[in-house]
Design a binder for this molecule. Structure first.
Ligand code: ZN
Length: 312
């Protein structure tokens, strides 16, 4: 009887603890750049398996110019790796079951080695080696906040100050707060202009907000963040979020002013992208001033650390 009890207890023990041990064994692999990842390649409509190193090299190639400083590319590699672990969702239906996709509007942009070689032309090997080395020399490193992998969102160019996540997405994140970002004026996308006729302006607003009033002021009462981004404004009598106004008019950022000139409405825009987290041009400026990738990352992600992932 005792023997049967011992056997039963043994199997109960195995059943309860086996998943835990499998988790412990499998986790280091999952958390290593050598591990494979499934990637849904959106423009080819196929899923491909590749090493995380290869995936990240393709992300950095797509997300940042190869001409940038090596320390900026390393910062981008670590941000891309952290973003991957914070967002990868195996089995996601929009990824056809893969962990990530190559659609920049959904996951991170990614480009194959062949495609980037075409874009780079004669500099192809040197550019690839530079970006590949940025990924290899930061192997397994991620940005963490209180021990958890941080959601390392990034953008092209800020206004000279990054945005608070709370002002852009309505949800505060302790490490995604506004910081100074000098050197942005060196970005070719620092300022931009857009113009639209008043009639088209009102038409586009009414398409999204049928209650909009044609006789109300076109744009007033803008509430701005400390970085200068429009949080919300009254547009044709309707209070609309800055991010929505940006998308309706295809503006490069929410940091804009509006002027009326005869029958035209003119937007004057500063920065490129959502403005939250690391600015890529700001990172390049910091690198050119002699800062290393860890200094760059911990500047843009306040209160974070850069560390190798715990492999338990
Ligand atoms: Zn995706």
């Amino acid at each position: 009887m005792k023997k049967i009890l011992a056997i039963v207890l043994f199997f109960v023990f195995i059943l309860i603890l086996a998943p835990f041990f499998i988790f412990l064994i499998s986790r280091p692999d999952k958390m290593s750049d050598d591990n494979k990842i499934s990637v849904y390649i959106a423009d080819e409509d196929k899923v491909e398996e590749m090493s995380i190193t290869e995936y990240l090299t393709g992300v950095v190639s797509a997300e940042m110019p190869a001409s940038f400083e090596l320390e900026a590319l390393k910062a981008q590699a670590v941000a891309a790796r952290s973003y991957l672990y914070a967002h990868a969702a195996a089995g996601d239906e929009t990824h056809h079951g893969a962990a990530v996709c190559t659609d920049s509007a959904h996951c991170q942009a990614w480009i194959s080695r062949e495609q980037s070689a075409e874009n780079w032309g004669g500099d192809s090997d040197a550019n690839y080696d530079k970006i590949h080395s940025a990924v290899l020399s930061t192997a397994d490193e991620v940005v963490t906040y209180n021990g958890e992998i941080a959601d390392t969102v990034f953008h092209s160019t800020s206004s000279g100050k990054t945005e608070n996540a709370a002002d852009v997405w309505d949800s505060p994140v302790e490490y995604l707060v506004s910081v100074d970002s000098p050197g942005e004026e060196l970005s070719p996308r620092y300022t931009s202009q857009a113009s639209i006729s008043k009639a088209d302006f009102i038409g586009r607003i009414k398409d999204e907000f049928p209650e909009a009033d044609r006789t109300a002021p076109l744009f007033e009462n803008a509430v701005k963040s400390e970085a200068g981004g429009v949080i919300s404004a009254d547009v044709c009598g309707v209070n609309i979020a800055g991010t929505k106004i940006r998308s309706i008019f295809g503006l490069r950022s929410t940091n804009f002013t509006v002027t009326e000139d005869g029958q035209m409405v003119n937007f004057s825009v500063t920065g490129n992208g959502h403005g939250v987290g690391m600015s890529q041009y700001g990172a390049n400026y910091m690198a050119s001033a002699g800062n290393d990738y860890k200094t760059i990352l911990t500047h843009y992600y306040s209160g974070t650390k850069v560390e190798k992932k715990k492999t338990m």
